[in-house]
Design a protein around this ligand. Structure first.
Ligand code: B16
Ligand code: MG
Length: 212
């Protein structure tokens, strides 16, 4: 096999929580009279909650205090978490389920590398809480993507060097993080068009040919 470990991003790769991030931020932005659309939302992929808010506030007609920003981020998270409660194992896409099974059967070690502080809740909702060999997420890092920390921690948990791991991403920031950490990357969605992506993919089904 070409890679002994695969580190999966969560939002936009394992499941489509990106839709819920969008709906939650949209609710806040509309109330504040700030223009926000799906194109701007693409810039929030992979980056931290506070960085996402700063990006949205670029269009704000007024400035906000730090206290107001923290309150808005907290409110967005409450809306987002209530949307997550609607998720179930039916929200795990079939192609993702299949590729995880194929990789595990082949003896490839698999991990999560996500910026989200809600990772554990999401994995539980979609029935994947006991599937990954390691989970590195927003709760164990100090720097969000495009910093490589979340992937370096994941590789450390798998006891593998970056050169033995492939990062799977949907975000430009995630591909950049992989590159900075010395990881090869496979990209879906907008990450497939990132200049530094190693393997552009149509879907995660392509991973079997890339990894094995
Ligand atoms: P939370 P990923 C990222 O997840 C999302 O893509 C990004 O939009 C979000 O701001 C970030 O998690 C933090 O999420 O507010 O739940 O802590 O793509 O790294 O799995
Ligand atoms: Mg993502």
């Amino acid at each position: 096999m070409r890679y002994r470990g695969v580190i999966f991003d969560l939002d936009g790769v394992i499941c489509y929580t990106d839709r819920y991030h969008y709906l939650a931020w949209k609710q806040i932005a509309d109330r504040e009279g700030i223009y926000f659309d799906e194109v701007i939302n693409n810039r929030l992929r992979g980056v931290s909650r506070m960085q996402s808010l700063e990006t949205i506030l670029e269009r704000a007609p007024r400035t906000y205090t730090d206290e107001e920003k923290h309150a808005m981020a907290e409110e967005k998270n409450q809306i987002y978490r209530s949307l997550l409660t609607r998720m179930s194992p039916a929200d795990l896409p079939d192609d993702v389920k299949q590729i995880l099974g194929i990789l595990k059967k082949a003896g490839v070690r698999i991990a999560i590398g996500s910026s989200s502080r809600n990772t554990k809740l999401i994995l539980k909702q979609i029935g994947l809480e006991d599937v990954f060999d390691a989970v590195s997420d927003g709760t164990n890092i100090t720097h969000s993507k495009p910093d490589p920390e979340v992937f370096e921690k994941a590789a450390g948990m798998l006891h593998l060097p970056p050169g033995d791991c492939l990062v799977v991403e949907d975000a430009q920031a995630g591909v950049e993080a992989a590159f900075r950490g010395g990881f090869a990357s496979a990209g879906v969605g907008e990450a497939a068009n990132a200049s530094k992506v190693t393997y552009p993919m149509e879907s995660v089904r392509d991973l079997a040919d890339i990894v094995l």
